[in-house]
Each structure stands twice: as structure tokens, then as C-alpha cells.
Design a protein around this ligand. Structure first.
Ligand code: URA
Length: 498
């Protein structure tokens, strides 16, 4: 009997090295015992000694696909996984297409393990909730109880996603720590070490309660997506039961109210942001960094929050961050941003004059080879993300808002208005403030006809000038901390600008 000793339960490289040596030595699956950690007694140490290779020239065959599968399956909690994987790799030497036999018992077990681990990995990405560590700047801790041993395998995702934070993810068996430079792992911990109830939790609760739409409640689907075992670590979880209990009543109320007071989703799906006295844009930005509510947040690198002076009189809203913005964490710094900045300069403005943000704060894309193709946000994403826009607007109180493109208009108006119509008439933002519309810079970049593109660019510049004039009426662009009760007039803004 050969003893194959692994450093840890997830020691994939160790398993791979042993498997290679065992195959070279012609050891059958029933001739090996897999053990984790140091030898228990001297008998094992003797048996542990590797046998001389049967055929030094022999090279085991293994596909990349099997290695990737084995790496995932190794995270499964099933104690027999090392045996299963060695049996499979052993059989693959004579039956290279074994993995395509979906009826084979070993393949069935492998696939079931991969599925369970992948699901657990997805749940961790969706349900890890970081909490700010009191008194330590930019440092966050999350407690999570995974079903399988996925912490190491999943940690690089959190590094990409929360690159600008110091964070720790604590679990009962393993912990992962990131200090904005390096990732390292430690032993498991108890839940007592994860700080509880803080401002971030309140925010999550408010956010979750605000986006809960009783008319869409599907308890079965919800429980499948968010199994109850995860509820106890989610700050918003204690809202779920009362929300479900009230759902029928609330839905009936909504239906009854519909004929007399038609509502847009924005009217009921989003509560007022629960800003606390002293809340700042920086705090809001930090909180938004942990937002993972939309289904594409987990694929994006980070939340791209708005930027600009707190007293900006003009807010400009785009659609969503693009590839560059997603990587660097700032709005409009890619090709559309370059065009936008040039247009701003022509309109007598600079980025410092305005608050610049997006309707949706996470990049939505489809991977294609090595590139990420932009995908427009869906209405649900716009509506979900409006909470942050609303919070930004509550702090900035812009006198004028310029929506660039259909998504921004939808986010600000709470309903779809054609860009041309919104340009002509202006519109009311959901908070009653004045909204203007213009073309999205990316639509100008996409225009193949150069003459049309030039005209579109002139339109953008003219609209920026108009927004500037409206925002300035009587004052400079910044310096307004309290909203002016008198709304600017569209006609005034439509006068030819200087
Ligand atoms: N397009 C947008 O709408 N926003 C950005 O931040 C970048 C490109």
C-alpha cells in the first residue's frame, strides 16, 4: 500500500504530484491511501517511502480539462474525493474519452462534486457581506460559512473585486486576508471575531427593503437562490420573513391603487436613501464598494462611483462604466471619456466643474476571447442601481442634471423617454430637479459616417453649453449648498449659448 500525503485538504499541487508519481509507478487506485497532514506514526512513515518508478520513460496522459475539474472537485467536502480523482486519472490513461461518458459512475460523481462546489462558490460571491472595522480606515471583514473548502479557490475573485480595500474573509476552517498588495491565508476562526452590526449593515437593510417588490415575490425561487442557511449572515436577512409575510397584503394594495394612481417602478421600488447626519460622499463611495445586488456585480472588477465637488450645480449622468472605467474605478476615463472631455472643454467646462456619475455603477459585459464586450444594462439593473444615484443626488443637490443617453434618462426620469424628446423638452428627475438630455459620447464614437458623427458631436457640445448656462444662472458653477427653490426654465436654457 502506498501512502500519498497531502499538506492540506485543498492541496491540489500535492495531489497532482502524487498522482503523477503513482501513475509512473503503475500503482492501481486500490493500492493507494490518501492522507492529509503529518504522519500519525512510524508505520506510515515506512509505507510512505515512494517505490522506485516502474518505467522512468512513462509519461501519464492528462487533459487540461480534467485538471481544471479535479481542482474544483478537490474543494468538495467528500472525504473520498482524492480516491475518486486518482481512479479517474488512472482510468483516463486507457480510456481518454471517459469524461464524455455521462453514465459512468465515477464521472457522475465527479460532475456532481463540480456542480456543488461551483454553486457554493457562486453563493459565496453573492452573499459575502463586508462590514467596516470600526476605527481602522478602509478595512472590512466578512464572515461566511461555505459548504465546501472554497476559500482559496474563490479568494482571487474578491481580490479583483475589492482591489482598493483591506479585507478579511473569515470562515470556520480558513481565512483569507488582503492588504491591497498581497493575499494570504490563515486558519479558520469563530464568528465572534467578525465585527457585528455597523453602519454598513443598516445600509444593506435599507437597500434590501427598498428594492423589495412584493408583486414579484417568488418565495420558492428566492429560497433556491438564497438558501436559508445563508440568511443568518446577511444583514438584510431579518427583513425577509416580514417582507414575505406582508407581501400578499402589499401586492393587493398595489393592485388596488393602480387604476387611480399609476406608478412607475421608481415610485415604489426605491425608498429614500437612509443617509445619516454627517454622511459624506466618501462614506457613500465606501458603502457602494460592497454593493453586489445586481446580477452582474460579481463579474465586474469594482463599483465605479461618481466623482466631483459636493457643491456642483451640474450633474452629468452616463450609462455604466466601460472596460477601462471598470479596471481603474473612475467614470469616463476610456475612449468615450476622452470625447466627453474634449466636448466639455469646447463648452467651457471641465470635469472639476461638475459631478460626473453613471446610472449603473457596475460594468456589464460578455466575455469574448480576451476582450469584454459591453452589454447595455437592463431596466431592472437601472432600477436597482437608482438607490445610489438617489443617494448621490441627495448629497449633491444639483441644480441641473444632464442625462447622456437613454439609460441615464430612464434612471433619472424613472420611465423611458426617447432621447430626442427629452432633449427638446427636458424632463423632471425623480426628485423633482431639472433634467436635460443629450447624446451619449459612445454613440458618437460608434457612428461610422464621419459627417453624421461631427453633427452629433456639435449637438453634444451645444447641450453641454445649455446645461452650463442653466446651472450657472446668476451664479458660478459651484458654491451652491442649498437647493434653489426656483427651478431654472427650459426656455431660458434654450437661448443660444455663448
Ligand atoms: N460610458 C459611460 O456611460 N460611462 C462611463 O463611465 C464610461 C463610458
Amino acid at each position: 500500500m502506498r501512502i500519498a500525503r497531502l499538506d492540506s485538504e485543498t492541496d491540489f499541487e500535492g495531489w497532482r504530484g502524487h498522482a503523477r508519481a503513482l501513475l509512473c509507478d503503475g500503482v492501481p487506485p486500490e493500492g493507494v491511501t490518501w492522507q492529509v497532514g503529518a504522519a500519525q506514526d512510524s508505520l506510515f512513515a515506512i509505507l510512505d517511502a515512494p517505490a522506485p518508478p516502474r518505467d522512468p520513460a512513462y509519461r501519464p496522459r492528462v487533459s487540461k480539462r480534467f485538471l481544471a475539474d479535479a481542482k474544483l472537485a478537490l474543494c468538495h467536502r467528500d472525504a473520498t474525493r482524492f480516491d475518486l480523482l486518482y481512479r479517474l486519472i488512472h482510468r483516463l490513461q486507457d480510456t481518454p474519452d471517459l469524461l464524455s461518458n455521462a453514465l459512468d459512475d465515477d464521472v457522475i460523481r465527479l460532475n456532481a462534486m463540480i456542480k456543488a462546489v461551483s454553486r457554493d462558490r457562486h453563493k459565496m460571491r453573492a452573499f459575502v457581506r463586508f462590514r467596516a472595522v470600526k476605527g481602522v480606515a478602509d478595512t472590512f471583514v466578512a464572515w461566511f460559512e461555505p459548504e465546501h473548502r472554497i476559500v482559496e479557490e474563490n479568494a482571487p475573485f474578491f481580490v479583483r473585486r475589492f482591489a482598493n480595500m483591506n479585507w478579511s474573509i473569515l470562515t470556520p476552517e480558513r481565512s483569507a486576508h488582503y492588504n491591497r498588495a498581497a493575499l494570504h491565508f490563515g486558519p479558520g476562526t469563530s464568528q465572534a471575531e467578525a465585527p457585528d452590526g455597523d453602519a454598513l449593515e443598516d445600509l444593506w437593510r435599507a437597500y434590501y427593503g427598498a428594492i423589495f417588490n412584493p408583486a414579484r415575490l417568488k418565495v420558492k425561487a428566492m429560497s433556491a437562490e438564497m438558501p436559508k442557511k445563508y440568511w443568518k449572515n446577511l444583514p438584510e436577512a431579518d427583513l425577509i420573513a416580514p417582507l414575505i409575510a406582508d407581501a400578499q397584503k402589499a401586492e393587493a394594495g398595489m393592485v388596488a391603487a393602480a387604476p387611480t394612481s399609476p406608478k412607475h417602478l421608481a415610485d415604489y421600488a426605491f425608498a429614500e436613501p437612509t443617509l445619516r447626519p454627517g454622511d459624506t460622499l466618501a462614506a457613500l463611495r465606501r458603502e457602494a464598494a460592497g454593493c453586489a445586488l445586481c446580477d452582474h456585480a460579481c463579474h465586474a472588477t469594482q463599483t465605479v462611483f461618481g466623482e466631483g465637488p459636493l457643491d456642483a450645480r451640474l450633474m452629468v449622468v452616463g450609462e455604466q462604466p466601460g472596460d477601462r472605467e471598470d479596471i481603474e474605478g473612475r467614470p469616463f476615463i476610456g475612449p468615450a471619456g476622452a470625447l466627453f472631455e474634449a466636448a466639455l472643454a469646447e463648452a467651457g467646462l471641465s470635469r472639476d466643474d461638475l459631478y460626473l456619475t453613471n446610472a449603473v455603477k457596475h460594468f456589464r459585459f460578455t466575455p469574448k476571447g480576451k476582450t469584454r464586450l459591453h452589454q447595455s444594462p437592463k431596466i431592472g439593473h437601472i432600477d436597482q442601481c437608482r438607490w445610489w444615484l438617489k443617494a448621490e443626488r441627495t448629497l449633491i443637490k444639483p441644480r441641473v442634471t444632464l442625462a447622456m443617453g437613454a439609460t441615464a434618462i430612464r434612471a433619472l426620469a424613472g420611465r423611458a423617454i426617447p432621447v430626442g424628446e427629452a432633449r427638446d423638452t427636458g424632463f423632471d428627475c425623480f426628485d423633482g430637479r431639472a433634467g436635460l438630455a443629450t447624446l451619449h459620447p459612445a454613440s458618437i464614437l460608434r457612428q461610422a459616417d464621419e459627417t453624421v458623427a461631427a453633427t452629433m458631436r456639435e449637438t453634444l457640445v451645444a447641450d453641454l453649453k445649455r446645461a452650463r448656462m442653466m446651472a450657472m444662472q446668476d451664479q458660478s458653477l459651484s458654491g451652491q449648498n442649498t437647493p434653489s427653490p426656483d427651478r431654472p426654465h427650459w426656455n431660458h436654457a434654450l437661448q443660444p449659448s455663448s
